[in-house]
Design a protein around this ligand. Structure first.
Ligand SMILES: [Zn+2]
Length: 192
């Protein structure tokens, strides 16, 4: 990648950095991001990789906490499940007005406790579904690239813990290869 700011178009160098990232009203620190940086003017091209994995981790944090969900968090979880307001409404509420979802998301009202539990349950199901998809892809890679010795890192638990920032990955190169294959890249997350 070349610097778009400098006339001499120098090649950007990748520099490991910690990038703050705010989503669903929560601040995260993305550690170990390789940010292309211009050696001459310092221009940075920040691209957040593994966005799907990152959102899965955020969703897990939100549904595992005991507290209520705030408006931006409900909106985030709805989008995580890839549902529009109407679709989400039909799953979680028998209130005849689907404007109720919009009111939750704007913090005008809050879902009642049983509805809150139902939302969390649906999100957990979606997370499991996405994890299965990861496993399926991992399985394909294992079959295709036995020489790469990815087994250790393709264990779903290991990957999950790694993505949660609970575990350092012993072989970043192998993991990075796997995540690149899934359309993602290396990322480590901690809630700020
Ligand atoms: Zn530059």
């Amino acid at each position: 990648m070349k610097c778009s700011e400098c006339d001499s178009k120098p090649t950007m160098k990748k520099v490991a950095e910690t990038i703050p990232y705010t989503i669903a009203g929560m601040e995260f620190q993305l550690k170990g991001l390789k940010v292309p940086t211009c050696p001459e003017c310092g221009n940075k091209e920040i691209v957040i990789p593994a966005i799907k994995n990152l959102h899965m981790v955020v969703a897990e944090i939100l549904v595992s906490q005991v507290s209520d969900l705030k408006g931006p968090q409900i909106k985030f979880l709805r989008k995580f499940m890839r549902l529009n307001q109407q679709q989400f409404h039909s799953l979680v509420s028998d209130n005849p007005s689907d404007a109720v979802v919009s009111r939750w998301e704007n913090d005008k009202t809050s879902p009642g406790y049983p509805t809150l539990l139902l939302i969390k349950k649906l999100v957990q199901e979606k997370i499991l579904e996405d994890q299965k998809e990861f496993e399926r892809i991992a399985d394909q890679i294992q079959k295709a690239e036995t020489a790469a010795k990815l087994d250790e890192f393709l264990a779903p638990l290991s990957l999950k813990e790694f993505l949660n920032g609970q575990q350092e990955c012993g072989n970043r190169k192998a993991l990075s290869k796997f995540l690149t294959y899934t359309g993602s890249a290396y990322v480590q997350v901690r809630a700020g």
